[in-house]
Every structure is written in structure tokens, then in C-alpha cells.
Design a protein around this ligand. Structure first.
Ligand SMILES: [Zn+2]
Length: 606
């Protein structure tokens, strides 16, 4: 069994989607407000039998992988890993590393080699005396210098060292260590103090570099590469991860020095955001470690609307898997995520504060205010307009919190809460999502157990096998859309085929976990048939995939009708629901009868 099948068998779509949506029963299916478009009545339907979902409002559809991809904005391969973890499936080490993976691995190796070279230069290089002076002046201990592998870039010598170590000129350019300009090439980092940026597992992704004289810019990062993107790394995460998990709190600062000084003083749950406003990608790095963040912002950034919007986006990323916990008093409830702001004294950064006084630092951290309080303080100080703050407050996932802050804001601005709510509604309507109850999940699991679920889809696979094996059929497939494929493995394959039908191009575009699936379809035996027969078979597949879409639509309409009728008379619910299901069943039997003349050859049909 492939990893994809294994994951599908272990995970129930209802269970997974319940972490994101409030699902309600709708006949034998479930419905919810669509997370992909704004709506007031649910048209997002989950079909437990088919283990699929479809929105009749915006037309989005798919299986459990497709949902995670769309919801989290990630590629199939990443969704596969997320769900594999959830399902407890160990993905086999990849047999053939994709070329991209190999490139990434090489980039990490070359960065690692450069990091030790720079570190050696800082400790022993003759040109590094200024850098060593700087390190001494900032009171960094040898342990810190070594632990973070601080370095110095002389500006020459690295290139030859890397060539000697087996890294080509082209690889050095790809890593951003060497730059080509017309007829000359040179080392990118020259006469700078070097900070190695690593991922949470400790692999070197790139560098941050500080000028030691008046050279501009003062700070320089590695340029974007296949492994380095400054919006999705956090400096110090490799050394802070354990501590963040243990203390259930991450402190986010702006500079490299802030991280070094904090860690040196035993404050080890500190990371830096690489000089950018915090991004959702950075948040994802922390998500598995903690949901409690404290941002040490300098007073300018703390009042900057763009910064605040960024933080708010992050906050919502954290809240996506919200759990509402009753507090010890049992009177209110709160979200399990929180973002606090540590207000720094004018003109100071964490590095200054910590070196000056640990007491002062502790006081600031203890006095951190919730993000929402911080917003209100800015409005009160007339540093922000209430209309900028309003959407951030009306989108708070927690009802109690929302009411509380809306009330506070109303009093602050001097208008009624109703007026504020009215303004907010005009600005941006937003459906709220909550997790479903365990009881409903249990019911859904039961539904699933009763149904013989189709992990794979015979028609989709047959259609793809035809396209892969008879390239001339491509011309006849223009009516096919990715949306016709519910199963993510098939949709991925179809999309790759549509972009470029060359077998090698398809394989390259697909995640390695899907290669066995591709091979199987490309080699699936067909009964001998002529060109006409192939065309008929494909036309039949397209017809059936389209018909399936329509049938799902019909089923949705029927369940809607049921809910309308039952609203009038509760007692009849069971009877009406079963009648409606019978109607759908009967209808699909009829359609199958009509279309039943051409079917996929034995094996796949469920
Ligand atoms: Zn939708």
C-alpha cells in the first residue's frame, strides 16, 4: 500500500476537517460555512462516504490532502508530510531524491563549509582584529561566539577554500556566496561580522552580516536561494526551540545581537525576525513549539500600522486550530494562543536593556500587554485611528474577548457598540470558525465505519491512465479540468500532465511520494483497442466525471430541501431524510444504467 493510501485509510476527513470547521449534519453528509469564500449559509459539504468535500458556492472541491493544501497554502508534498504525521504514518526515506532536494542539500553543505571557514577567520584570521574588537566591546563570551559560530568574512579566500572542498563556482553563486558581474566575480560578504542562519534542525541556510565600518548597508543578508528566504527564517531558532517548548513562550526580537546577549544571559527562548515584520511563515516555525509569543518592539514599530497588520495576520494563523478552554473561574473562556507586546524604553533595544539590568528586562517581560490592549492604548494615545483597529478586534475568534474589547473601544471613541459593529460589518464580513464537539466527531466516525469508503477513484485513475498511455488523446481532453479530480494524487498528476505531457516533465513536477502512482497508471494494462475505442473510453470518463459533479450538486439541493421542510416539522426529519436519500440513490442508479455501457476494465470499480 502506498503512503498516500495508508494515510487516507487512517485519517477520517470529518475528523481532520473538524479541527478547522464547525460541521453540522446534513442528511448523510455534513455541512459548514465555506472557509474559502465568504458566505452566510453553509454550502461547503463534506461527503464522509466518498471522503471528499465540495463547496457549492465557490466550486472548490477535493479530498483531505486538497483541503490542507488550500487551507494552509502549501504544496502537495508538504500536505502529505503534515497528514502523515497526524496519521502516524512514517514516510519511507525517498528512494530517488528529486533534483531539487539534491540542490537544497548541496546548498546546506556549502553554507556549512562557509560557516566554519568564517568562524575560523574570526578566531585566527589576521584581518579580523576589528571584528574581534567588536565582539569584545559587545561583551560576547567565547562560549557565545562558538555556540552561535560567529564569523568574519575577509572578502577573499573563501572561494578558493570552497573550490578545494569540492564546491563548484556555480554552486557558490547559487548559494549567494559569490557574485558574477559581467566579466568579474567576487565574494559577496566582505569585511563583515557573520551570523549563521539555521533552521530548527540546525542546518545552515544562509547568513546575516554586519558591517564593521561605515560601509552601507549596515546589515546584509544572503540573497534568496532555494534554502534561504529571510521572511521564513528566525535567527536563533536552532538553539531556542527546546527552551521555547519548555517555557511555552517565544520572545521575538529584531536583531542578531539581541539574540546573542539574551542567550548569553540565560534567556534562551529568544529568536530574531531578521529585520522584517513578522510573517506567517515565521509563525509556522513556532506553531508546533508554542502559541504564546511576546514581541519586543521598539516604540516606532509598535505604533506602525503595517507592523500591527502583520502581527494580526500571524495571530490568526495561530488561532486557526483554536481550542476554547474554560479558565479556572469557569466564568469566561479564552483562546489558547496569545500575542503580547513588550514595550521597550525609548531608544533601547533588548541587547542594551539586558546588559544594563536583568531586573529591568524581567520587569518589561512581565509587564507585556496583550496585543489587543496595545491597540487600544495606541488609539487612546491618538497614534492610530479606531477604524484601523476595528477590523482586528471584530475578527477576534473568541466571543467574550471580542465583546470586551469592542466595548472598550466604543467607550474610548465615544460611540455605541452597535454603531461600531455596524461600521465593522460594512468593512469586512467574516464568518467565524469553531472546532466541533467530540460527540459530533464520534458520530462522524461511526458514519464512516458504516460506509465502505473508496480510498481511490477508479474513473479518475482510468482517465489518467488513458492520457498517459495514448498521448494523441490529449487533443480530446480540453474539457477536463483539475476540479474534475477529487483525489489529490490524481489532481496533482493531471495538473502536471496538462502543464507538460512529457513523461519526464510529469515525474519532475510531482512529489517523489507520487512516483509509484504515476508508474502504476502509466503501465496499467488495457485490453487491446483501436484509436476509436480509446477516444470513446476517454469521452466516457469525461462524461462520468462531469456527471459526478452534477450529481453532487443534486445531492446538496436535496439535503437543502430536507432542512427547509424539517424546519417546519421536527418529528418528520428522519423520514424525510431517508426519502431524500432514496431519491438520490434511485436517480444515480438510473444515470449509471444509462452510462453503463462503457466501463473501466476490471479491477478498479468500487
Ligand atoms: Zn466556497
Amino acid at each position: 500500500m502506498s503512503a498516500v493510501d495508508d494515510i487516507k485509510q487512517r485519517l477520517d476527513i470529518v475528523d481532520v476537517l473538524s479541527s478547522y470547521l464547525r460541521l453540522e449534519k446534513a442528511g448523510s453528509n455534513l455541512k459548514a460555512l465555506c472557509p474559502f469564500h465568504t458566505e452566510k449559509t453553509p454550502s461547503f459539504i463534506v461527503f464522509p462516504r466518498r471522503q471528499s468535500w465540495r463547496c457549492f458556492g465557490c466550486g472548490a472541491s477535493g479530498d483531505v490532502f486538497g483541503f490542507i493544501m488550500k487551507r494552509e497554502g502549501i504544496e502537495f508534498g508538504e500536505a502529505l508530510r503534515v497528514l502523515a504525521e497526524r496519521a502516524g504514518v512514517t514516510l519511507a526515506p525517498r528512494k530517488a531524491q528529486s533534483r531539487q532536494d539534491q540542490e537544497r542539500e548541496r546548498l546546506r553543505q556549502i553554507n556549512e563549509a562557509a560557516a566554519s571557514y568564517y568562524h575560523h577567520c574570526l578566531l585566527h584570521g589576521p584581518a579580523a582584529h576589528q571584528a574581534r574588537e567588536y565582539v569584545k566591546r559587545r561583551e560576547l563570551t567565547p562560549e557565545t561566539v562558538e555556540g552561535f559560530q560567529l564569523g568574519f568574512s575577509p572578502g577573499e579566500g573563501l572561494r578558493q577554500h570552497l573550490l578545494d572542498s569540492g564546491f563548484s563556482e556555480a554552486e557558490q553563486v547559487a548559494a549567494g556566496l559569490v557574485v558574477h558581474r559581467e566579466d568579474r566575480s567576487y565574494e559577496f560578504f566582505r569585511h563583515r561580522l557573520m551570523f549563521v542562519v539555521r533552521d530548527s534542525r540546525g542546518s545552515a541556510l544562509g547568513f546575516g552580516a554586519r558591517a564593521l565600518d561605515d560601509t552601507m548597508p549596515k546589515y546584509l543578508n544572503s540573497s534568496q536561494s532555494a534554502v534561504f528566504d529571510k521572511g521564513s527564517v528566525l535567527y536563533g531558532i536552532d538553539r531556542a526551540a527546546n527552551s521555547i517548548r519548555e517555557q511555552d513562550l517565544a520572545i521575538i526580537v529584531e536583531g542578531y545581537m539581541d539574540v546573542l546577549t539574551a542567550h548569553q544571559h540565560g534567556i534562551t527562548n529568544v529568536v530574531a525576525s531578521m529585520g522584517t515584520a513578522l510573517t506567517e511563515k515565521q509563525l509556522k516555525l513556532l506553531k508546533g513549539l508554542t502559541k504564546r509569543l511576546a514581541l519586543a518592539l521598539d516604540p516606532d514599530a509598535a505604533g506602525d500600522a503595517a507592523t500591527l497588520r502583520g502581527i494580526d495576520a500571524c495571530r490568526r494563523t495561530l488561532d486557526r486550530r483554536e481550542t476554547v478552554l474554560p479558565d479556572s473561574l469557569g466564568t469566561t473562556s479564552r483562546l489558547d494562543s496569545e500575542i503580547k507586546i513588550i514595550p521597550l524604553p525609548e531608544g533601547k533595544d533588548p541587547d542594551n536593556v539586558i546588559r544594563e539590568s536583568m531586573e529591568l528586562w524581567r520587569g518589561l517581560v512581565d509587564g507585556a500587554v496583550p496585543f489587543t490592549e496595545h491597540l487600544l492604548a495606541l488609539v487612546a494615545a491618538k497614534k492610530m485611528d479606531y477604524r484601523q483597529v476595528l477590523p482586528l478586534i471584530t475578527e477576534l475568534g473568541d466571543d467574550v474577548e471580542r465583546e470586551l474589547y469592542l466595548g472598550k473601544l466604543a467607550r474610548l471613541v465615544g460611540v455605541s457598540e452597535r454603531t461600531l459593529a455596524g461600521i465593522a460589518a460594512q468593512m469586512r464580513p467574516s464568518p467565524k470558525e469553531k472546532a466541533t464537539t467530540p460527540k459530533m466527531r464520534a458520530a462522524a466516525l461511526e458514519t464512516r465505519a458504516a460506509a465502505s469508503t473508496g480510498l481511490r477513484d477508479a474513473v479518475e485513475e482510468y482517465c489518467l491512465a488513458l492520457l498517459l498511455q495514448y498521448p494523441e488523446l490529449g487533443k480530446k481532453a480540453s474539457a477536463l479540468l483539475p476540479e474534475h479530480f477529487e483525489r489529490s494524487e490524481n489532481r496533482e498528476l493531471f495538473t502536471a500532465w496538462r502543464n507538460n505531457p512529457e513523461p519526464q516533465a510529469i515525474a519532475q513536477a510531482l512529489d517523489a511520494e507520487l512516483h509509484p502512482h504515476l508508474e502504476e497508471l502509466a503501465l496499467r494494462p488495457f485490453p487491446p483497442t483501436d484509436e476509436k475505442g480509446q477516444e470513446r473510453a476517454l469521452a466516457d470518463c469525461i462524461c462520468r466525471l462531469e456527471e459526478r459533479r452534477l450529481r453532487a450538486q443534486q445531492q446538496f439541493l436535496t439535503s437543502e430541501a430536507v432542512s427547509i421542510i424539517t424546519a417546519a416539522d421536527d418529528g418528520e426529519e428522519q423520514k424525510l431524510a431517508s426519502l431524500a436519500e432514496e431519491a438520490v440513490d434511485l436517480d444515480s442508479k438510473l444515470v449509471r444504467g444509462m452510462k453503463g455501457k462503457i466501463r473501466p476494465p476490471r479491477g478498479g470499480e468500487q
